[in-house]
Design a protein around this ligand. Structure first.
Ligand SMILES: NC(=O)c1ccc[n+]([C@@H]2O[C@H](COP(=O)([O-])OP(=O)(O)OC[C@H]3O[C@@H](n4cnc5c(N)ncnc54)[C@H](OP(=O)(O)O)[C@@H]3O)[C@@H](O)[C@H]2O)c1
Length: 311
């Protein structure tokens, strides 16, 4: 039994651990951003995730070999995890595609073909959550009848719930239409843009899945409100760590932020899985530390973006 805290993913969703696993690092080759990895290491990573008690796994058709590897190595343990994948993605691997977001197709035909492929690759008969990838606009959603497609898939039992991977500028529309039970959003102490919206969404009963929560272990620079690059070193948080590693403190910050359900951290290293579990087991930050962290981040220019009230 896991001693990781669990939270409900949306008002009627399943309980998931506050630390989830993002399986993008298992994309392998061929991929337009290849990450070669020995198959034995892949197996070790995935078994460690489950053995350490993490119960939520996020993947995507877009993550190369990730779905197949989950199916191959832990498909037989399917009842131990809540499984989320993505929709609208091209069905083929496109190793030569240029950098930047891949073109996505949210037609009923492509979404349905993608779900069937994901179920086969993941060796399962249901996805617990299907998320629209790449934050489609409201006009795309309406033009393609996307919510109708997702509702039909849920009624057929192929998916249990649907959500959206959401970013600005579409996140307010996604929240407003209220059709999605869960939102996957970029967020960390160093990337606080959506912090206010996350809190509002949580109050509305939506599940919030945070990606980028350890800010690539604090090393990749994020931007202040006025466009300055900042890493952990410039965040002002160093003096608050109290025994956490940098990535551990960032993870705990994300877990503590009001509205967050789970933080999917990506890694291809079993030791990093264990590190992340160790940090998550320490639980949310004490209220005074979290308040002080927010004050220091504000002072460093790492602030939430103003949000229209989502009542
Ligand atoms: N919806 C979308 O559009 C979208 C976009 C991007 C990602 N995602 C999802 O979100 C997940 C996480 O996103 P992300 O990869 O951008 O951000 P992240 O989880 O903040 O960062 C992952 C990076 O941090 C490193 N890391 C993890 N734990 C560590 C540890 N304990 N010590 C040192 N380094 C550590 C990993 O390297 P090592 O492998 O070396 O540990 C990896 O390069 C992905 O796996 C994917 O499931 C979704």
């Amino acid at each position: 039994m896991s001693d990781l805290q669990r939270r409900r993913l949306g008002r009627e969703g399943p309980e998931v651990t506050v630390l989830g696993f993002g399986a993008m690092e298992l994309r392998g080759t061929p991929h337009r951003n290849p990450r070669p990895l020995d198959e034995a290491v892949v197996a070790d990573v995935l078994r460690t995730v489950l053995d350490e008690g993490v119960t939520f796994i996020d993947t995507s058709i877009d993550y190369g070999l990730s779905e197949e590897r989950i199916g191959r190595h832990i498909g037989a343990r399917r009842d131990e995890y809540i499984l989320a994948s993505k929709a609208g993605c091209p069905l083929e691997h496109l190793p030569d595609a240029p950098a930047g977001p891949l073109a996505h197709d949210y037609s009923a035909g492509n979404i349905r073909a993608g779900v069937e492929q994901s179920l086969r690759r993941l060796r399962t008969d249901r996805l617990d959550l299907l998320q629209l990838h790449i934050s489609p606009s409201l006009s795309t959603l309406r033009r393609d009848g996307v919510v109708e497609t997702l509702t039909a898939l849920r009624d057929e039992g192929k998916i249990r719930a649907f959500g959206v991977s959401s970013t600005l500028p579409h996140v307010d529309d996604h929240l407003e239409i209220g059709d999605f039970s869960a939102f996957q959003v970029p967020f960390s102490a160093l990337e606080r843009g959506l912090e206010t919206r996350i809190e509002l969404a949580g109050r509305r009963g939506f599940g919030i899945i945070v990606r980028g929560g350890v800010a690539q272990a604090g090393k990749r620079a994020k931007q202040t409100a006025d466009g300055r690059p900042v890493t952990w070193a410039g965040s002002g948080l160093e003096g608050l760590r109290d025994g956490d590693t940098e990535q551990g403190f960032l993870l705990r910050y994300a877990i503590t932020a009001p509205g967050v359900t789970t933080v999917i951290v990506g890694t291809a290293d079993p030791d990093h899985v264990r590190d992340n579990v160790r940090a998550a087991r320490r639980g949310p930050l004490p209220a005074d530390v979290f308040a002080e962290a927010r004050r220091r981040l504000d002072a460093a220019g790492l602030t939430p973006q103003p949000s229209p009230a989502v009542g």
